[in-house]
Design a protein around this ligand. Structure first.
Ligand code: HEM
Length: 258
């Protein structure tokens, strides 16, 4: 009876439109199943031995991506409870920490994952450097990686302001003060004054929406943190992973000619 139902489902048009290949364990079928599935096709059909060797990759790229996913999921949950306005932000954080079921857990998962991601991305970059994987043909992916590193830092920095407590406000005050010294675009930076930069029109003003950290800065950081930067990061991650494949998979030890 059960076998008959199973057979009927498997021969239906709907089933066959989703799963195009059976389970027969042949080498060709295994390859077909991978390339025909949107999730499985992210992995190559064949990988070299060192590509799955943690001693070689340290798994740091994969762990960074896992943390990015955890951050996205916990971040969306936090957004249900947080309003980016000066009169609510700190109260919402306290409500989340003290009254929302598992609120403290979700917030801490988000915070710790963010700290960890900064560390794992740097370790990943270090590994890529040590194994010489920045060399041709992977030089373009190294550049994509540098942009990803910058985006990770920016995500971390913009998130830091959102609790709207004293630590957040003063840390971001110090951080954004550095933007005053940006070459060309900061009013204290090289060639800034010559180009007409003032405290009320330079890059720091653009970032803060004012001349000091206040409610407009909170809203700007929120939009950057929750929408713009994650979206841009997701796009660059897609290019990064696509590029790993196009460059012939993960690099390997130099093949010696004998
Ligand atoms: C959000 C940050 C990042 C994520 C999630 C990420 C993810 C990954 C993953 C999953 C791989 C496959 C191999 C592995 O796991 O080691 C990889 C490879 C690679 N990544 Fe990243 N990456 C990030 C940032 C960076 C940075 C900062 C750099 C360097 C500036 C970089 C350069 C590379 C290069 C060149 C490869 C190819 C390595 C090889 O072929 O051995 N990535 N990345």
């Amino acid at each position: 009876m059960l076998a008959q139902i199973k057979k009927k489902i498997k021969s239906s048009e709907i089933y066959k439109s989703i799963f195009r290949h059976g389970y027969e364990d042949t080498q060709r079928n295994r390859a077909l199943m991978v390339v025909d599935n949107v999730f499985l096709h992210l992995h190559p059909v064949r990988v070299s031995r060192h590509a799955v060797n943690y001693g070689y990759t340290w798994g740091m790229g994969g762990i960074s991506f896992l943390l990015f996913i955890i951050l996205t999921i916990t971040g969306v949950i936090l957004m249900f409870y947080y309003r980016p306005a000066a009169e609510y932000a700190y109260e919402d954080m306290k409500y989340l920490m003290n009254d929302v079921p598992f609120g403290a857990l979700i917030r801490n998962m988000h915070r710790w994952s963010a700290h960890l991601m900064v560390i794992t991305v740097m370790l990943h970059m270090f590994r890529v450097f040590l194994t010489g994987s920045y060399k041709p043909p992977r030089q373009f992916n190294w550049v994509i990686g540098v942009i990803l590193l910058l985006l990770t830092f920016l995500l971390s920095f913009t998130g830091y302001l959102l609790p709207w407590d004293q630590l957040a406000i003063w840390a971001v005050t110090v951080g954004t003060n550095m933007a005053r010294a940006t070459p060309f675009l900061g009013h204290q930076g090289p060639f800034g004054p010559e180009l007409g930069m003032r405290p009320d029109n330079d890059v720091r003003f653009l970032l803060l929406g004012g001349t000091q950290v206040g409610p407009p800065a909170l809203l700007r950081f929120y939009v950057l943190h929750c929408i713009f930067l994650p979206l841009v990061t997701a796009i660059f991650l897609a290019v990064h992973f696509w590029r790993v494949r196009k460059d012939g998979g993960i690099s390997g030890p130099v093949q010696r000619k004998v």
